[in-house]
Design a protein around this ligand. Sequence first.
Ligand code: NAD
Length: 616
Amino acid sequence: MSSSILDGPGASYRAQRGPVLRARTWRAEGLLRMFENVLEVGENPDELIVYASLGKAARTWDEAHTIAATLLSLSEDQTLVLASGAAVGVLETGASAPLVLSAVNNTVGRWASPQRFYERAAAGQTMWGGLTAGAWQYIGRQGVLQGTYELFGTIARRSFDATAGREADALAGRWVLTSGMGGMGSSQPISAAMIGLSSLTVEVDPAKAARLADTGALDLVTTEIEEALEALSRARQERTVVAIGLIANAADVYPALAARGMGPDIVTDQTAAHDARYGYVPSGYSLTQWRSAQAEDPERLERDARASIAAQVTAMLTFAERGSVVFENGNNLRVQALEHLGEEAAADVNRIPGFMEAYLRPLFARGIGPFRWVCLSGSDADQRVLDDLAISLFGQRRPEVARWIELARTQIPAQGLPARSCWLGHGERSAFAVAANDLVADGTLEAPVLFSRDHLDSASMTHPRIGTEGMRDGSDGVTDFPLLDAMALAATGADLVAIHSGGGGYAGWMQSAGVTIVADGRPETAVRLRRSLDADTGLGVLRHAKRRLRRGCCQRRLRRGDRGGAAHLAPCQPSGGAPLTCAAGASRHRPASSLTTTLPERSPLNPSTPQPRSTP
Ligand code: NAD
């Protein structure tokens, strides 16, 4: 048996489906199918590029062939070791050790610059793993879609007085201005529509807009700003939801709208602005000129890109002054703008909050984050069974999970192997995975299921302008937790453990850990599933507990009682899972059996606490 990767570049890159094994175990087969899948759904598979401008699945095609061939022959007591997307060798480890250990572009601080990365990448010495690209965990735009949906929902509740579950009522007639329809950015109009928000998404590459329109996610694609604004205005009057793609440069459109005195309800951006050379097209450049300049005059291109980003950010600040809710959506937009504007602009620019600090951290504090499962069978029937399982396990205690699954199964266009991203927390993920393992064992599912998550999760990411911006203990740039997380995942028997550092424009900015584990139906797998998934989320809960507590969280929790005591204790109150011991408190306790959604009455993490407006 072969793999489409062994036929690349130029192959069809379809991931294997069905119940037949090519590798020696389902653990290895699952990892190989995900390697194939990230190319199937990736942006430019002939160059092994999966998403986020430069995020790659393997360093070179030769290395990709070696890795695929090794996965086909790997036995269960062996571990394939990868360094920056290249195979190092196979170690004899043991049946419960990871099958793949991968480290990507981890570089000492003084050498972690974009310039040095570009040079080494051009010489074939490294690659950027783009988080889920090099760890073969990318599932297409759905991977980020629920995160964007959650943050639009939080904005609706916090800024537009929506009640939970009825966000669409408060968002009727409102719209978001954003940009970028790439691998991740293309999720934006879909998640906006799912929550009941109209969108105007600016994209400079017509092919990207056409590709998204083909999925049915855009109601109108136009090159005319007037036509876009008329459609928005109609939707506002009729209180309907419309998704518009505008083919133009964001650096032109945002200032033009600001000059007209407009103020969209919500403003953000998801171009690959983090990479000034390969991720953001400057104003005045055609796509052909942009691609030529990457090789011919990269320094000038970077300067021009940063000047354009600064113009876009300046317009965003104007929108904010007019009352728009403005935030950065995880792409270092503010950092790039400041490179052009100079540090004297920092006070202004940094009034735009990052989405994690402003909206999503309360979920991370409870270990709730972007968990995902993939049906290795490729079967939609398996997908339906697992969707139903999530609803039956969590629907009562957390109705938002059931709501999400119902929306996702009807509104997210399929990409690659059937997959579901679902924000579950500590104890929930392992309970779900073990139940799915039983369904593999009893033959309800056609083939094993694979579990993973985004690298941007509770314990697994450090990026001081994304995942860990504004940590109260000052640990914004400290990478201990992603490294501890990877060690814990290897110790508990995950199938793939990856440690990634930033590349390209993210060089020097991030450290993350990734995990994949296959539910193949065996009883011993259930043990590894529970241990690994609980270790991952448990560490995240403890990370946030540690940074929030000054003293004795466990005792304080016991004093206040389980539910009302959420004040400083939400992190210690997950829904089952392995017992957690807080270093801040001496006692070891079992987490409560039900997950409260209560947050402290007056806490910066509570959406209902009066906040400084999220607009600058
Ligand atoms: P991508 O490279 O696949 O797509 C970027 C898109 O932006 C392309 O379609 C490109 O044509 C378009 N673009 C570039 N310059 C433009 C301009 N001036 N005007 C309009 N459009 C322009 O990248 P991606 O995978 O979509 O990721 C986008 C960004 O999101 C990256 O910085 C990535 O790191 C970040 N990201 C954020 C999260 C999150 O959780 N918020 C998750 C993953 C990725």
